[in-house]
Design a protein around this ligand. Structure first.
Ligand SMILES: Cc1ncc(COP(=O)(O)O)c(C=O)c1O
Length: 437
């Protein structure tokens, strides 16, 4: 038998294996309802096995194809695949410190505007690069940066804005792009929770200088661990690849014959002809994926439009039900030009005499419905950030409210009719038990 026909035989067995796994029936209150998770079928498993049989192990043909397909999906020129969304954020911020950017490069002490009510690894690369985070408060309802306060926060030291489209709900790109232009700022969009969300019909992550994504389970698509930085800027692209690949200067590009020209250059004080593969133009990392990850990702990418639809439907269903309880809950708000692709649905428990956020969270958890806080609440209140150099522009009172009063429930495609009915019935029982009829 040829290698190809053995491979096909193995794929058939893998498909058979997947089909043999019988889904367990959903039992309300006994079967957990996660906030998110892997939704996959035999295609992802075949992809994984295909890459394993190659035994290339590190980023190879599947990584190349994923980068091409992902760029095509978003409509961007360049995509750098990396091993997590956190690595993508680290690469994006570090890229802005590259000498190759000349006068536009960020230097220690420069300020980057961000929010405190967010995920830690949006903030961390700012600190890790010796830059100063400037915290601006968020708006309640959409949990994105407050534009009025953002305008007041900008100083001569401000060089960039790095914020997330919180939970897949796009921030005000019209206003932020105006400020970017006026003050000549870099903009990085953290789209780790927002793949598939659109602003004025265009995918988020394509408006700023760079956009980042995460493929950790629970996001819009998964490959286990993984992330991307996308950009339309060719110089940023080469810097990102260099930082990801140990800091080396060399980019393997068959169209430019880079492999053949490896011994044809003089760099810095190195002797002429020193192997380009071992020339370092950045102080870099190794943040590569294995080829098994994008092999899964490629199958997931095909499912993304259906996943987006399912998230939209689940979020709408929950919002419709919860609209009856608006005296007690603040439902998410969305800008007119924003089309969210919800990671999870944020709910704010308003001050009321019947129940608190914790009462509601504990009741849902007791009924095996997973909840999450809005990440770190106010990150400045977290133990890790007690001593960081930073500036707070205005007050962070809404960030504190997020920490005290907001939680999230899942809307991911694994939540089908039975799970949704369980969430709604549980919430009905909760309201009833608290004399809200
Ligand atoms: C807004 C945001 N940024 C960055 C990340 C980090 O992504 P990863 O878990 O892939 O490192 C996350 C994680 O979910 C996130 O929510």
């Amino acid at each position: 038998m040829s290698e190809e026909s053995i491979r096909k035989e193995i794929f058939k067995k893998v498909e058979e294996f997947h089909r043999s796994k019988k889904p367990r029936p959903f039992v309300p209150g006994k079967t957990p309802v996660p906030y998110g998770g892997r939704v996959y079928d035999e295609k992802e498993m075949v992809g994984l096995v295909d890459a394993s049989l190659d035994f290339y192990l590190t980023a190879g043909r599947f990584a190349k194809k994923f980068q091409e397909e992902f760029s095509k999906f978003l409509g961007v020129k360049h995509c750098v695949l990396t091993n997590s969304g956190s690595s993508a954020n680290l690469l994006a911020v570090t890229a802005l410190t590259s000498q190759k950017l000349g006068k536009r490069r960020l230097v220690p002490g420069d300020e980057i505007i961000t929010v405190a009510a967010g995920f830690p690894t949006t903030l961390n690369p700012i600190i890790q690069n010796g830059l100063v985070p400037v915290f601006v408060d968020v708006e309640l309802g959409n949990y994105n940066i407050d534009i009025v306060k953002l305008k007041k926060a900008i100083t001569k030291r401000t060089r960039a804005i790095f914020i997330a489209h919180t939970l897949g709900n796009p921030f005000n790109l019209d206003e932020i792009l105006k400020l970017k232009k006026k003050h000549k700022l870099w903009l990085i969009e953290d789209c780790c929770d927002a793949l598939g969300a659109k602003y004025q019909g265009k995918y988020v992550g394509t408006f700023g200088d760079m956009g980042t994504c995460s493929f950790y389970p629970g996001h819009q698509i998964t490959m286990g661990e993984g992330g991307t930085v996308t950009t339309n800027n060719p110089l940023l692209y080469t810097i990102l690849v260099s930082l990801k690949d140990w800091g080396r200067d060399f980019i393997n590009d068959p169209k430019k014959n880079t492999e053949k020209k490896r011994f044809s250059y003089k760099f810095g004080k190195l002797p002429f002809g020193y192997d380009h593969r071992y020339v370092y133009s950045h102080i870099g990392y190794n943040l590569n994926v294995t080829d098994m990850q994008p092999a899964i990702g490629l199958a997931q990418l095909k499912k993304l439009p259906a996943f987006m639809q399912a998230r939209k439907k689940n979020a709408a269903r929950l919002q419709k039900f919860l609209a009856n309880y608006e005296p007690y809950l603040m439902l998410p708000t969305v800008l007119p030009k924003s089309a969210p692709c919800w990671w999870a649905l944020p709910l704010l428990v308003k001050k009321n005499p019947h129940f608190t956020r914790n009462d509601m969270v504990l009741y849902l958890e007791k009924n095996l419905i997973a909840t999450r806080p809005l990440f770190g609440g106010n990150l400045l209140k977290q133990p890790a950030y007690g001593h960081i150099k930073h500036r707070v522009a205005g007050s962070l009172e809404n960030s504190d409210t997020v920490m005290h009063s907001v939680f999230m429930v899942g809307v991911y495609p694994g939540i089908k009719e039975a799970q949704m009915q369980h969430i709604i019935n549980t919430l009905k029982r909760f309201f009833y038990a608290h004399r809200i009829l």
